[in-house]
Design a protein around this ligand. Structure first.
Ligand code: 5RP
Length: 264
């Protein structure tokens, strides 16, 4: 691996081999998502606890100060909305020159395996990898399911994750699922887990992260289950403990409770 690529990968995946990516890119198709109506307000208290932030260029420019940032994973696919015809019909929205100008550590794109736009999204990934590799910028592929959340089983996610890696993604973001080892085993590049819509209890989140880590995931790219929680700082600190301090789910719950009781 060339120096630039290796250096950017090291900005993302920390020296312990783990990472906490914080995605706040949801607005690119969901608009002002609940608790992300004002991205700066959501992000500021969480920023110290993120290893990298997944974000579009518009929110990066408007809501993150360049002298107080973390490594950036720039969301560069989109062109769809919740009220449009098909969430899978994404294209590339941001050029590699813009990514370089913004000094990002990686670029991120969704793929939609099994959808009507499978072919387009996979070629978009391939083109982005070609561009990224020219300049030493890693690509994170997101195995997206659009509105079909029921697709998130090990067979489907293993298929999508492997295809993403085959096409050159340096990191794959997928959902945690039962039998997660099947997803990680078939994917020869680092895998990070997303959370999807907010689940009922904090402990459920800690348990699935812990399970995914024990099965080989290197960390998370977890959004709504952090910033839609009533105590987002407590949540992100508990998740950091799981990821960087090998805490158990119960220990993570202890971190959550104590930070929450401090008033965060
Ligand atoms: C949506 C994304 C998010 O980055 C990803 O889904 C992670 O967020 P969450 O944990 O809220 O699902 O790709 O645009």
């Amino acid at each position: 691996m060339e120096w630039g690529m290796a250096n950017r990968m090291a900005q993302l995946i920390q020296a312990d081999g783990r990472c906490v990516f914080l995605p706040i890119d949801h607005g690119y198709f969901q608009g002002p998502t609940r608790k992300l109506e004002q991205p700066r307000k959501t992000l500021e208290p969480l920023l110290p606890y993120a290893d990298a932030v997944f974000i579009t260029r518009g929110v990066l420019r408007s809501s993150v100060d360049p002298d107080n940032a973390k490594p950036i994973i720039l969301r560069v696919s989109g062109g769809v909305s919740m009220v449009g015809k098909d969430l899978a019909h994404e294209g590339l929205t941001t050029s590699i020159e813009e990514a370089i100008r913004l000094n990002v550590s990686a670029v991120g794109i969704s793929i939609f395996v099994g959808s009507d736009y499978e072919h387009d999204s996979l070629l978009n990934l391939s083109k982005l990898v070609d561009e990224g590799e020219k300049y030493g910028i890693p690509v994170m592929a997101v195995t997206a399911v659009g509105k079909e959340m029921e697709k998130r089983d090990a067979r489907y996610l293993a298929l999508s994750s492997r295809i993403a890696a085959e096409l050159g993604a340096r990191v794959v973001k997928t959902y945690w699922c039962p039998d997660f080892e099947k997803v990680v085993r078939g994917c020869p590049v680092p895998v990070v887990m997303a959370g999807g819509p907010q689940v009922d209890t904090e402990l459920e989140v800690f348990e699935f992260i812990h399970d995914g880590l024990s099965k080989g995931a290197v960390g998370v790219n977890l959004g709504r289950n952090i910033w839609q929680n009533d105590h987002p700082v407590a949540m992100v600190r508990a998740i950091r403990a799981l990821i960087h301090e090998n805490a158990t789910p119960q220990e993570a719950q202890g971190v959550y409770d104590s930070v929450k009781n401090e008033g965060s």
